[in-house]
Design a protein around this ligand. Structure first.
Ligand SMILES: [Zn+2]
Length: 250
């Protein structure tokens, strides 16, 4: 294996590690994401319940107010009964009393229903608040742990950055430029590995394939990768750097 292939492989390994470390520094870990979602959804539920409690409280007061008003109205009509002169007036008054009493009863029922909804929401809120306390505690603990790991990650990141830079400088200028261009172009996956195919007949000629597309690779190309001090590109995959990862015995 050529010195160049060694350096390319090592550089790729370091860059892959740097990407993982950067992710660790910048992204919330998956385990915390789940906890965060639970945390947020409970919080949203709590807010919705608080809104219901407020609404039903207003609804109850307004219904109770209406009931009092309508009862007072009915009482007023009741007081007028002794003053009526005609049968027609009497009938009309009784009808007014009936209507007001009926409406007062409806308002009272609305007030009771609002109270029931209010109490139910309050009970659920109490349970949720208790659950939220536990969730919040677990979340804060994980958050603290994650924060405490970050200095170590940042330290390793700094060391790996220096390592990557040293490896880049170890490459010839042209190889360095090609590597960087293809690394960016292929989202950090610029390599195509040469894999030797196991033959049943050990004396048979060696066969090599590309790890990316499985196409066979010409033996001359394999020799070139082994000996060249410049980057060799694959012929099968578009613009990938050919490397031989494991020493192939002949
Ligand atoms: Zn290929």
């Amino acid at each position: 294996m050529s010195q160049l292939t060694d350096t390319v492989l090592e550089l790729h390994g370091v860059l892959t590690r740097i990407e993982a470390l950067n992710k660790q520094v910048n992204e919330v870990p998956a385990s915390m994401k789940e906890l965060q979602q639970e945390h947020d959804s409970t919080q949203a539920e709590i807010e919705a319940l608080r809104a219901i409690i407020d609404e039903t409280e207003i609804e109850r007061r307004s219904a109770e107010g209406e009931a009092v008003e309508l009862t007072t109205k009915a009482d007023g009509y009741q007081a007028q009964i002794s003053d009526v002169q005609t049968q027609r007036e009497y009938g009309a008054l009784l009808s007014e009393i009936d209507t007001s009493k009926g409406q007062a009863k409806e308002s009272e029922e609305r007030a009771i229903a609002a109270t029931e909804r209010h109490d139910e929401a309050a009970k659920t809120l109490e349970e949720l608040t208790e659950r939220f306390k536990d969730q919040d505690q677990a979340y804060q603990e994980q958050l603290a742990e994650w924060e405490s790991q970050r200095p170590g990650v940042k330290k390793e990141l700094k060391a790996k950055d220096a390592e990557a830079e040293a490896l880049r400088q170890a490459l010839p200028a042209q190889a360095r430029a090609i590597f960087q261009r293809l690394y960016d172009m292929h989202d950090g996956q610029p390599l195509a590995r040469i894999v030797s195919v196991d033959r049943v007949n050990k004396k048979a000629k060696a066969i090599w394939r590309c790890s990316e597309c499985n196409y066979s690779i010409r033996p001359q190309l394999v020799v070139e990768v082994r000996t060249s001090e410049e980057i060799v590109l694959s012929e099968c995959c578009r613009q990938k750097i050919l490397v031989i990862e494991d020493p192939i015995t002949e």
